[in-house]
Design a protein. Structure first.
Length: 129
């Protein structure tokens, strides 16, 4: 994949690319949005801990498709308050810490999810040869 960050655009606000080019013929995995709930139905209070669960789940989904975080082309995340952005971003950066090429990224603030205790939801688009 190739990061697309044209020099005539304002640089990204964080560690992401403005766009990603996926070569023709690559396999693609798109996960459903993952919420901060673990396999035992525990939902932690902090946005960081919820985001860590989201990214752990995404790592497992990628592995099921024979992919790893390095194969992520785009991350789309939703938080319920600006106050949750820092915790989400910290978890995202940990998930992507060993990835040389940052993915494209979208972060939206939404009014809520299916249950009031959820603060973060994350989905990714990944591609690999």
């Amino acid at each position: 994949m190739k990061a697309l960050t044209p020099p005539d655009l304002r640089p990204p606000f964080a560690r992401y690319a403005h766009g990603i080019e996926i070569p023709a013929g690559w396999r693609v995995v798109q996960n459903s949005g993952q919420l901060g709930i673990d396999s035992e139905d525990h939902i932690p209070d902090s946005a960081f801990d919820q985001a860590m669960i989201c990214f752990d789940n995404i790592r497992a989904i990628l592995a099921a498709g024979n992919m790893v975080p390095n194969d992520v082309a785009h991350i789309k995340a939703y938080v319920t308050d600006r106050a949750h952005m820092a915790g989400y971003m910290q978890a995202r950066d940990l998930f992507m810490q060993d990835v040389a090429r940052p993915p494209a990224s979208t972060l939206l603030i939404v009014s809520g999810f299916t249950r009031a205790e959820f603060k973060v939801e994350v989905e990714v688009l990944a591609a690999a040869p």
